[in-house]
Design a binder for this molecule. Structure first.
Ligand SMILES: Cc1cc2nc3c(=O)[nH]c(=O)nc-3n(C[C@H](O)[C@H](O)[C@H](O)COP(=O)(O)O)c2cc1C
Length: 196
């Protein structure tokens, strides 16, 4: 598997449902990016910001074209081999920012189609479980394919602290959990590509 992974060079786009500067979920994605650089051959993460996307409004679509910032985002998704979501939980669901990004990239031609994906969540006591269920439900219509296991659900507020004041992940055991998710995403992506 390792030789195939290295050869395949999987490009993962990471997007975060939280817009706040010190976001724990973005901290998880930063940690995932560092793990790939340090210890996962063949998996590269590019973080793509969703904050600049306008609120979805199909009046902004003119003759099948999208505003430049939307088109650039859609191209990033289309060009990715896989997607890694940082998925916070707002009122038992995904955040409006994440739903907005999901909706824009789902407009024709659907940019999510057949993308393998994985989810990392930092939230309250349920660790984002309810948001993840909603994300998986949304993904049915978009033909996104999530790995089912391992699940990654982190209670961000349970001591000891998991993040520093800038939202950087500081817990080594949690980093190991993230690594298992990344390896599962890598294996699943190669399977979908028919390369292992
Ligand atoms: C509007 C709002 C609703 C929230 N609802 C939930 C919730 O339903 N479940 C939960 O576990 N946390 C909830 N939280 C807390 C977030 O999980 C917490 O703020 C988390 O740190 C957000 O992710 P971030 O650090 O990446 O911004 C909510 C926060 C906000 C602002």
């Amino acid at each position: 598997m390792e030789a195939a992974a290295a050869k395949a060079g999987i490009n993962v786009v990471a997007i975060c449902g939280s817009l706040r500067k010190g976001s724990y979920n973005r901290g998880l994605l930063r940690a995932a990016t560092e793990l790939c650089l340090e210890s996962i051959q063949g998996l590269k993460i590019e973080y793509v910001e969703i904050a600049p996307l306008p609120m979805i409004n199909t009046d902004l679509e003119v003759d099948g074209t999208y505003p430049p910032v939307v088109e650039a985002f859609r191209q990033k998704i289309r060009g990715a081999d896989a997607v890694l979501f940082g998925c916070p939980e707002y009122n038992y669901s995904v955040t409006p920012a994440l739903k907005n990004a999901l909706d824009w990239a789902s407009r024709p031609p659907n940019a999510w189609v057949d993308k393998p994906a994985a989810i990392l969540s930092a939230a309250g006591s349920a660790g984002g479980a309810r948001a993840q269920c909603h994300l998986r439900q949304i993904a049915i219509y978009q033909d996104l394919h999530f790995i089912n296991k391992p699940e990654f659900l982190l209670n961000a507020f349970q001591p000891p602290a998991k993040f520093d004041s800038d939202g950087n992940l500081i817990d080594e055991a949690v980093k190991e959990q993230i690594k298992t998710v990344l390896l599962a995403l890598q294996a699943f992506t190669l399977r979908l590509k028919g390369q292992c």
